[in-house]
Design a protein around this ligand. Structure first.
Ligand code: ATR
Length: 248
């Protein structure tokens, strides 16, 4: 996605993937600093641990508790988070969030980013998780409006549903029962492999609108590109790059 964007924007840069084991994270960050690498995208499982290796973490990333973007500013490595804005911009392709009743499934880092973003945009947010204590802790730390177990989801009780659990990742399962879905809902999955998860197909079968994890992934990457280059990200180009990679 990033390389496709660099090409159409005429930016002389290359994005490379490195598989870094947790014990090598500090060495990887200081190696990147020494090499003068300008930007890092940080993924699972390093989004929290990377913070202690940076010179600065911006207040939003600190509040979410995770960094997915590192930028070299002069001599300083600065951490930020584009996952929350990625989730919001993806949802805003389809709906207005202010005043919407939103339910976020899950209570990990992706859930924190989604809940933060939805609250920023003025939604009413409830967090549901397999382990309800984690949902309650997340809700109270970010100021969400309610929390509970996955089984508490009721059709009709929400406008926007965001799955951040790993259920459905490379498997044919949904985190919720199909009868908890309804036609007026907008349902987004964080899972993008497969792109059309069981949850999204169940939602479509109920007549709901859906957004695949591809859009969340594309928009968080697009916001990284904006931070790094100051340029308007070419969303469609990045989405097409995702499609090509998914077909390969
Ligand atoms: P991330 O930081 O990427 O969001 P995480 O912190 O590992 O990932 O969180 C994974 C989420 O998926 C959690 O909400 C987890 O629920 P628990 O808090 O109860 O562990 C949820 N999850 C994982 N496997 C699940 C399953 N089989 N059924 C329901 N929820 C599941």
């Amino acid at each position: 996605m990033h390389n496709a964007a660099f090409r159409v924007l005429g930016i002389d840069a290359v994005y490379l993937a490195f598989d870094v084991p947790p014990v090598r994270l500090g060495a990887a960050v200081s190696g990147a600093r020494s090499l003068g690498i300008r930007q890092l995208a940080v993924s699972i499982p390093h989004k929290q641990a990377v913070m202690e290796h940076l010179d600065e973490v911006d207040p939003t990333a600190r509040r979410i508790g995770a960094v997915n973007t590192v930028t070299l500013r002069g001599e300083r490595l600065v951490g930020s988070n584009t996952d929350w804005l990625g989730a919001v911009l993806a949802l805003e392709r389809e709906t207005k969030l202010s005043g919407a009743r939103a339910v976020v499934l899950g209570a990990g880092g992706a859930a924190r980013a989604a809940v933060f973003g939805l609250l920023e945009r003025g939604a009413r947010v409830v967090v549901l998780n397999r382990t309800p204590e984690r949902a309650r802790a997340l809700a109270s730390s970010l100021g969400a409006h309610g929390a509970g177990e996955l089984s508490e989801l009721r059709a009709g009780a929400y406008d926007v549903l965001v799955n951040t659990t790993s259920v459905g990742l490379k498997e044919e399962r949904s985190p919720i029962r199909a009868d908890a879905l309804h036609p007026a809902a907008l349902v987004m999955d964080a899972v993008y492999e497969p792109e059309h998860t069981r949850l999204l197909r169940d939602a479509q079968a109920q007549g709901a609108r859906t957004l695949s994890g591809k859009w969340w992934l594309v928009y968080q990457a697009a916001e990284q590109l904006r931070l790094w280059t100051g340029r308007e990200p070419p969303i469609e180009t990045m989405a097409e790059a995702f499609d090509r990679a998914a077909r390969a």
